[in-house]
Design a protein around this ligand. Structure first.
Ligand code: ADP
Ligand code: ZN
Ligand code: ZN
Length: 739
């Protein structure tokens, strides 16, 4: 047969491969029907995959005989709008990650599996203009049934499904028909089932203070342009109120808002605030949605039926028909960076999205990242500062306790901290103790021979958990029973060293037998609703001392907490990662921010073995902004981001040596590209060399200008051999940690 296909389909496949693949159209499909963004099922090696059409072109580098025919076209309209494809292409390019995998990160699982992309729709009813303005009291008593329906629909101007109406009124159809005849209602396909909402519970907008007003005005004046803003204000300074009022303006224009938050399940109050303000339905992408619910939410947003979308990291990819504003709350939070596979930063992607869409973006935080502060200093972002609100509690006072001067004791609670706890208990105030470790003890050790219980898969000590009476590896999840004898010298007595939340809890219970203690960590809150119940107890005053991990630091308001104790801050002061001090400061400010938000002044006690650390002193005496300035100066001196750009090439292998050898070979390859502007450091073994059975090494790339890094990576990566079962590699552009 003569060559009738002059048209070639370029398709992205969800595989870690840098190129796209060429196919011929499925049998019986005219290429005129095809648009980029549609899905096709295609054969690839021994499997079939759901791929995304990128383009239809005239020629292929493959000979005709090698071209395979796509099996099936799955969509009649593109699942991914043009804007999304552009964003995904940009991300693939920026992070040097295969486009097929980038797309599969962004696509709901159901679509990746080939499920149909249609929105569930229901028959329903909506008020006409006449119906909307009809005064109910004009209806006579005998039309009580009509009155019921009209008043119901007046509460839900976006319409109600037939089913919902029938639930409120039996045998509703004749009444609906007669209302339709009068021209007061009309039938409508309803895609969004509005949740019953009591309009009486809607809380009106607050009168903004001057600083808030300034932000809202500036942003609302620029709704049609890219306007990146850093909203810098301590917790309680009114950032959320600013978001809400800007969103209202965006909705008034018929546009959509996308709000990213770090955690939904732990901080339900954020979503509640939104639900209390808007009558519009709010699409929340949380981890409890099943695949189909997630798909439906995604489609609602894509087709413009969801005016407000709230979600965590992956929600940054959700397409919007009419984007009006992007908001990233707690922009400094590490959870915005995906730490495996496709290592993107949702915060950075959101900024690029806003730029593509030419709309404003707000990055909000009480402790902005040094990256964003730097961008503000460089005038890339508008910097808005919300000063502390008048009338609310004054700053807490800080005390540093030098742990070197403490007599040795196993509890790691200094006498100053114990005394302060006692005083607060007497006054019936709450105390929050922060410790960055869950479990009971960080080390199981034999004092006879020095043996320590290590994970067999990782270079990490096992943590002893008293509640489960077992040893756990916090890096690979390995669980084992605790030894009763030293496996090395058979000594029968082993000791538990180091502190976790469980041990602090036990110790406090001995010290303060009458106190009600609540431990809050990922173990104690694992069960459904557990966190909710604990928060309730705290708010009802049914707990005196809260012991917890950083889970407690995020976004909670505990008005009766007047004392915060930080058991040990030292990991942050001398961590191996250059971002460690920044993280320490953010955590400290966030934890300290829980104290004294009521009437009484709060007090923060920080235990440390390094009481003279200059950054710690600066933070405590002069505040976060001053700390950030000093930390930025250190970064500049050390040539670290944001003053330079980094990428990390990681390799891991099942044996000790291959990962290092692999990186050495890769490094030598770079010489041919003649790229002196990029410095290569290493390869070195990773700070935790062995993790989950893999030996890890890394090669750091550093440059002053991104374009050099970019050029090198584009030439180099395609030449690096693919991962195998024994050795695998990954690239992390803008790594958030060097571990
Ligand atoms: P943030 O998001 O910065 O923590 P919020 O917006 O949650 O701050 O505000 C903290 C508290 O102050 C909330 O209870 C909020 O209702 C209240 N609040 C915010 N702005 C105002 C205002 N302009 N007038 C009165 N109360 C306000
Ligand atoms: Zn021993
Ligand atoms: Zn392990």
């Amino acid at each position: 047969m003569a060559k009738t296909h002059s048209q070639i389909l370029q398709i992205a496949i969800p595989k870690p491969l840098y190129s796209h693949f060429d196919y011929l159209p499925p049998v019986g499909i005219d290429t005129k029907q095809l648009c980029p963004g549609m899905r096709l099922r295609v054969p690839f090696r021994t499997h079939t995959y759901v791929g995304i059409l990128l383009a239809v072109v005239d020629s292929s580098s493959l000979p005709d005989s090698k071209l395979k025919v796509a099996h099936k076209l799955l969509d009649s309209t593109p699942v991914l709008p043009k804007e999304s494809l552009n964003l995904l292409r940009w991300a693939s390019h920026y992070y040097h990650h295969p486009l097929g995998e980038v797309i599969s990160t962004a696509l709901p699982l159901a679509l990746g599996k080939g499920q149909s992309a249609t929105l569930q729709a229901f028959s329903g009813w909506i008020l006409t203009k006449e119906g909307l303005t009809y005064y109910l009291d004009k209806l006579l008593k005998k039309t009580a049934r009509q009155q019921t329906i009209l008043s119901l629909l007046q509460q839900y101007p976006q319409g109600l499904t037939q089913t919902t109406i029938a639930n409120n009124l039996s045998n509703a159809t004749p009444t609906l028909r007669s209302l339709e005849k009068k021209g007061w209602i009309k039938s409508q396909v309803i895609v969004n089932i509005p949740k019953p909402k009591n309009t009486a519970s809607i809380s009106p907008p607050l009168q903004l203070n001057t600083a808030q007003n300034e932000v809202v005005n500036q942003v609302c004046n620029k709704l049609q342009q890219f306007y990146p803003c850093l909203l810098d204000g301590i917790t309680g300074s009114g950032k959320t109120e600013v978001y809400l009022q800007i969103i209202q303006k965006v909705l008034d224009k018929g546009l959509q808002a996308l709000v990213l938050i770090p955690e939904i399940n732990l901080t339900p109050q954020m979503v509640n605030r939104f639900q209390q303000r808007f009558t519009e339905s709010i699409a929340v992408l949380h981890s409890k949605l099943n695949d189909n619910e997630r798909l439906q939410t995604w489609l609602l947003a894509r087709d413009g039926h969801a005016p407000i979308v709230i979600g965590t990291r992956s929600a940054v990819w959700i397409p919007l028909a009419r984007p009006g504003i992007f908001i990233v709350d707690e922009e400094h939070d590490q959870s915005y960076k995906q730490q495996d596979h496709f290592r993107y930063s949702a915060r950075d992607i959101a900024v690029v999205r806003a730029q593509h869409a030419q709309v404003p973006i707000l990055l909000g935080s009480a402790t902005p990242s040094l990256d964003s502060l730097y961008n503000a200093q460089q005038q890339r972002y508008q910097h808005f500062i919300l000063p502390e609100r008048a009338g609310i509690a004054v700053h807490p006072t800080f005390h540093i306790v030098n742990m070197r001067q403490q007599p040795y004791q196993s509890s790691h609670l200094s006498k100053q901290l114990k005394k302060a706890i006692g005083q607060r208990l007497e006054k019936h105030q709450q105390i929050l103790l922060f410790i960055n470790r869950r479990g009971y003890a960080t080390t199981l050790i034999c004092y006879q021979c020095g043996w320590i219980a290590y994970c067999q898969n990782c270079d990490a000590r096992l943590t002893y958990h008293e509640t489960h009476k077992n040893l756990q590896c916090h890096h690979c999840g390995n669980i084992s029973p605790p030894e009763s004898h030293c496996p090395k010298c058979q000594h029968s007595k082993l000791y538990l060293q180091g502190q976790g939340t469980e041990r602090i809890e036990e110790h406090l219970q001995k010290q303060f037998p009458n106190a009600r203690i609540l431990r809050i960590d990922s173990d104690s809150t694992r069960r459904k609703h557990a966190m909710h119940k604990m928060l309730k107890r705290i708010h009802e005053g049914d707990a005196d001392i809260l012991v917890g991990t950083q889970m407690l630091a995020k976004g909670h308001h505990f008005p009766n907490v007047t004392l915060v104790g930080i058991i040990n801050i030292d990991g942050g002061l001398y961590g191996i990662d250059f971002r460690a001090p920044e993280r320490m400061a953010q955590l400290l400010v966030q934890v300290a921010g829980r104290a004294g938000r009521g009437e009484e002044q709060g007090e923060v006690i920080i235990q440390t073995f390094h009481p003279d650390h200059p950054l710690l002193i600066r933070l405590i005496r002069q505040g976060y902004a001053s700390f950030a300035q000093a930390a930025l100066e250190e970064r500049q001196k050390a040539k670290f981001p944001p003053y330079t750009r980094l990428a990390l090439l990681r390799a891991e292998s099942t044996e000790v040596q291959p990962a290092m050898d692999f990186l050495h070979a890769a490094k030598i390859q770079t010489q041919q590209f003649n790229c002196q502007e990029v410095e290569l450091w290493g390869p070195v073994t990773a700070p935790m060399e062995k993790r989950a059975g893999w030996y890890r090494a890394q090669l750091l790339l550093q440059t002053t200008q991104r374009k050099h890094l970019h050029r090198l990576l584009s030439q180099w990566l395609p030449q690096i051999p693919s991962s195998t079962k024994k050795i695998r590699w990954s690239l992390d552009v803008d790594p958030q940690d060097l571990l």
